[in-house]
Ligand binder design. Structure first.
Ligand code: 5GP
Ligand code: MN
Ligand code: MN
Ligand code: MN
Length: 304
């Protein structure tokens, strides 16, 4: 099925209140739990196996599983805790030990050195700041859980050099596409602002302008954050996914798979009966890297 080239996505009037949007549309939406391939299933010669991970947060030395074999590894961002050079290099070395032929990686909000506009974060790095709102208390939680002294975070807080230069063992996507085995993949790091992290943007028009760059013919979309309604539920019962990302996926792009992370507690797989949505967060809410990678197979396109 091909889409109309002229589909234009509108900003929802309640875009800043995604839970309210979901309350008004959920009865028209399908959210069907999906069971993916088991990694012990044999890979057939006419299939490409994808292995999805996300949110490993500089903890790849602590995974309590062996990464399953596949042809392509996808990582949906938050591979560091604070975007430090050493964390990027360690992640890159770990990638180098994996057997997958292609490794495709995007950044998340924790990769602060990848976003040249992310400089204000140092203001809330001040350990004397007392959590005034949920985003600030989240940062304090991050600092405590990751248990690194404040002083060590000052070493790199802006992208003065190209942090992606350290990612030599993967294909790094940032609002850009790549084709592997004839399958069209597109990756984007942006998410709704929460604190002053990297690749944060206001909901509505600013985020939609990033989603408008996603090509119509994308087969696999990778974003750091979830769309509204799929893998986006946080503990207080709010849906925090991006409304315009859901609209873009359902009304225009219609990829076969949408892979993301960011909302660790949303780990799981659902379908709207067209797109399969994979929240591949490896870390749980306490930053323990215990969630098993998601595995799916796609048919090789004819002639590949
Ligand atoms: P991270 O800091 O790794 O990006 O996100 C970790 C956790 O922070 C998520 O699992 C979620 O609990 C919380 N979080 C991240 N972004 C948001 C947001 O936009 N809204 C809310 N309420 N929580 C968020
Ligand atoms: Mn994360
Ligand atoms: Mn399409
Ligand atoms: Mn994140």
């Amino acid at each position: 099925m091909e889409e109309d080239d002229d589909v234009r996505i509108n900003v929802h009037p309640l875009t800043n209140n995604p839970s309210a949007v979901w309350s008004s549309i959920w009865h028209m939406q399908k959210v069907i739990p999906i069971h993916l391939e088991s990694p012990s299933d044999a890979v057939t010669p006419n299939k490409v196996r994808f292995v999805c991970m996300s949110d490993t947060h500089a903890l790849t030395h602590n995974l309590n599983f062996k990464v399953p074999y596949g042809d392509v590894l996808l990582h949906a961002g938050d591979f560091t805790s604070f975007g430090r050079d050493e964390e990027i290099k360690t992640f890159n070395r770990w990638l180098g030990t994996l057997p997958h032929k292609y490794k495709i990686v995007i950044a998340g909000n924790h990769e602060i050195s990848f976003d040249p506009n992310c400089e204000n974060i140092m203001q809330i790095f001040n350990p004397t700041t007392r959590s005034a709102n949920s985003a600030e208390s989240h940062l304090v939680t991050c600092l405590n859980i990751i248990k690194k002294p404040f002083a060590r975070f000052t070493e790199r807080h802006t992208a003065t050099s190209n942090a992606a230069q350290y990612l030599t063992n993967c294909i790094y996507l940032e609002d850009s596409p790549v084709v592997v085995y004839g399958i069209k993949i597109y990756g984007s790091p942006w998410q709704p602002e929460f604190g002053k992290w990297a690749f944060n943007l206001p909901r509505g028009k600013p985020l939609l302008s990033k989603w408008n760059k996603i090509p119509d013919d994308t087969d696999i979309l990778i974003t750091h954050g979830p769309p509204l309604g799929h893998g986006d539920l946080v503990r207080n019962g709010d849906h925090v996914g991006c409304v315009e990302l859901l609209s873009t996926v359902q009304q225009r792009v219609r990829p076969k798979y949408h892979v993301f992370g960011h909302i660790h507690e949303g780990y799981g797989v659902t379908s709207d009966e067209y797109t399969i949505f994979i929240n591949a967060s490896t870390c749980d809410i306490n930053y323990i890297p215990k969630n098993y990678p998601m595995v799916f197979d796609m048919d090789l396109p004819p002639g590949v």
